[in-house]
Design a protein around this ligand. Structure first.
Ligand code: ADP
Ligand code: ZN
Length: 705
């Protein structure tokens, strides 16, 4: 960077204003590029941390950074977040009163504003300000909106090319989470920044755990899943409006605070639902894909897909709404063939039917994978992962294969006998010997294979048939009422000795045991985290500010772990900047102290030395510990002696010198190994403190002197 003083200010500026100690990924390179006044294109996944890439330069540059953003709701949250960090920011749009607008313009002229958010439609109102006397940087957020290739095309974004013509020496930074090449080229071409440096981050969101389950009984599975995560916010995506309402009803009946959200609701209802979710007033939203754009809420802990999404782009964008604070999040997808069939119907007849079906097939492959899911997902975006991720259900429970040739032969033989005219359900009915109307009417009970598979449950048969389809041993004819068909492989399996390997279907309950259990523990209702969360919620209502903008979950977690009890300790927490320390420090510290106090009272006597140890590890002196714990110093020393004997990490020689130990050692021999401290005290003519004697004896005992 030309200006090395600016560079030296980057980390301090990050800490003071945003509370973070280090940059993530490419943030620093991007920021330096902007500060060097170079045009910049940033491709980063949702939750990657794009905002700081223009917000931090805005603080360091003189004058105003203009931020173009598509949605008013998005702007408001970002501006609230900036103000909460003590950074002067505002938005400008048509909903504002002319006087309010003039006030903002005056602030820009007086250089009182660092960031101004504006929708492209409202740029006209700022005409007089659009020159380099006032503006030092232009950021274009959600830049994919410029491209008709992208999924959120906004015609008003297409006029933005004039900015570079008018502000030719001002750096433009364009940011998006959409990766594909066509969109990228479109962005730089239309913004007239062909030489922009491009920063393309990995799309891997390691903190999102991926899981796919068979869809049977999914409503009950969803209830169980959420009950294991009390107070954790999440989204259930559904295919239809009706689904959203059904699931929401079921969750509410089970005591889970839920709203349904879809395009059929009024604007007011949708705004309220969105706001209640952002404010942590509702725990869950069951929604169609209409829900999400404009939701920056960083503490969404899980995303469930009740139905399969149409394509991997959509799926990835939706699960990306989880875990934006960097803490673990869980993405659970329910896979059903009925959904695949439904989605195929939707796609058929569309102008780009072929593309849609190809994309659906990739989604299906992902859902049916028997290898690391993240590898499949990232390879879709052109990124290769060399190692298995370890954070998907396949990595956690690698499938165990067994010889399923006989099972396959039974199914294939049945498909042959019904002349490839029947769908999965009927095939399974025949295999299991079901005497229902359909089977009897068609005389299938006379088939040789009738009932030969009744040792396998209906559900398991369904899983096996899906596996056979995935392996190409048979296939579904979507255009023939989904009848199962034979393939080249079928004959090899039936007649040429080709072996088939299947995996045992995993029970959903078992999966929950394996994957979800540790989480339930984390959310004990009386934990410090819960108390801090409640405090945050109360402040959020008082200040009318979304809870995650006060502190995100990651910051509360760190407070729980570190337990800062003074202002200087509080400031070391990631996410606590200068302003938040000033505004919220006292209340949070008081809550932590109170928690420590009540915990001390509740603690059994035998554990008391552990509390001392916790404080000792934080560097408190014996005197400070005795004040905080309201215990006399000798008691604390006796804890130290015990901790040391227990093998804890105690620097014992900070409290007793080697020569004292030697002296006590001599005394011990002369006193015939006496165990009474008073003997020693008198031996030293009351010149050595009791605590020193005690500590010295513990060294002698420990070292076997
Ligand atoms: P994006 O716009 O790319 O989806 P955001 O800018 O909203 O992502 O950032 C996502 C979350 O990560 C926010 O809660 C933000 O405060 C946090 N974050 C960003 N940069 C850092 C950093 N360097 N250290 C810690 N947290 C960060
Ligand atoms: Zn994996």
């Amino acid at each position: 960077m030309q200006n090395s003083t600016l560079q030296s200010q980057l980390i301090p500026t990050l800490k003071t204003n945003f509370g973070y100690d280090s940059f993530r990924g490419q943030q620093q390179d991007i920021i330096e590029n902007v500060l060097n006044k170079k045009d910049t294109l940033v491709i980063m996944p949702t939750g990657g941390g794009k905002s700081i890439c223009f917000q931090l330069p805005a603080i360091l540059l003189e004058g105003l950074t203009l931020v173009i953003s598509p949605l008013i709701a998005l702007m408001k949250d970002q501006v609230d977040g900036l103000n909460a960090n003590g950074i002067s920011a505002a938005f400008f749009n048509s909903s504002q009163h002319p006087e309010e607008q003039q006030e903002i313009i005056n602030k820009v002229i007086n250089k009182d504003l660092k960031l101004l958010y504006v929708a492209p439609e409202s740029l006209g109102g700022l005409e007089n300000l659009l020159n380099e006397q006032y503006i030092s940087c232009v950021a274009i957020d959600e830049a994919h909106c410029i491209s008709s290739w992208g999924h959120d095309f906004r015609p008003s974004y297409q006029q933005l090319g004039f900015l570079k013509r008018q502000l030719s020496n001002t750096p433009i930074i364009a940011l998006t989470a959409t990766a594909d090449k066509a969109t990228r080229q479109d962005i730089v071409a239309q913004l007239q920044i062909p030489d922009a440096d491009q920063f393309i981050s990995s799309f891997d969101r390691k903190n999102i755990e991926l899981e796919v389950r068979p869809a049977d009984g999914r409503a009950n599975q969803i209830v169980r899943f959420i009950k294991q995560r009390p107070n954790e916010a999440g989204i259930v995506y559904c295919l239809s409006r009706k689904n959203t309402e059904q699931i929401a009803k079921k969750l509410n009946q089970n005591g889970i605070n839920t709203d349904a959200y879809h395009a059929g609701l009024s604007f007011e209802d949708r705004s309220r639902i969105q706001e209640d979710f952002i404010f942590d007033k509702t725990q869950v939203v069951c929604a169609t894909v209409a829900f999400g754009m404009g939701i920056d809420k960083s503490n969404v802990r899980w995303v469930i897909h009740h139905n399969m999404p149409k394509n991997i782009e959509g799926y990835y964008q939706e699960i990306g709404r989880g875990g934006r604070d960097g803490l673990n999040a869980h993405a659970l997808l329910f896979h059903s063939y009925a959904d695949v069939i439904q989605l195929r119907k939707f796609a058929s007849g569309a102008s780009n039917e072929e593309v849609q079906i190809a994309k659906l097939d990739r989604m299906k492959q992902f859902s049916e994978a028997t290898t690391c899911r993240r590898k499949i997902l990232l390879s879709y975006f052109g990124e290769l992962l060399s190692e298995n991720c370890g954070n998907c259900d396949v990595c956690k429970n690698p499938p165990k294969f067994f010889d399923g040739t006989i099972i396959a032969q039974k199914a294939l033989s049945t498909i042959t006998r019904v002349k490839q005219q029947e769908a999965t359900g009927t095939i399974i009915d025949i295999l299991r010997g079901a005497k229902n109307a359909n089977v009897l009417e068609k005389g299938y009970d006379a088939l040789k294979t009738f009932g030969i598979g009744n040792d396998i449950s209906w559900k398991d048969w369904q899983q096996y048939v899906i596996q056979l389809i995935n392996q190409g041993v048979c296939e579904i004819a979507f255009h023939k009422n989904n009848a199962l068909q034979l393939t080249d492989f079928s004959n090899k399996v039936l007649f040429k000795g080709l072996k088939v390997h299947l995996t045992h279907p995993v029970e959903a309950k078992e999966q929950e045991k394996v994957i979800a259990k540790p989480k339930a523990k984390r959310t004990a209702t009386n934990s410090l985290f819960e108390r801090l969360r409640k405090l945050r919620y109360r402040i959020s209502l008082e200040e009318n500010l979304p809870a995650y903008l006060i502190f995100n979950d990651a910051t509360l977690k760190e407070m729980e772990r570190v337990r800062p009890m003074s202002e200087s300790e509080f400031l070391t927490i990631s996410g606590v900047g200068q302003r938040k320390l000033e505004v919220y420090g006292d209340e949070f510290i008081a809550e932590i102290l109170d928690f420590m106090g009540s915990k001390i009272k509740k603690q059994k006597k035998t554990d008391t030395h552990i509390l001392t140890y916790e404080l000792y590890k934080k560097g408190f002196s014996i005197e400070e510990i005795s004040i905080q714990r309201q215990l006399k110093a000798p008691t604390i020393y006796s804890h130290i002696a015990k901790l040391y004997l227990d093998g804890k990490d105690i620097n014992i020689f900070d409290f007793v010198s080697k020569s004292d130990v030697e002296a006590v050692h001599m005394a011990k021999i002369e006193l015939n190994n006496s165990k009474t401290l008073k003997d020693y005290f008198e031996y030293f003519n009351e010149q050595m403190d009791y605590f020193k004697i005690r500590l010295a004896l513990s060294v002698i005992e420990k070292e076997n002197l």
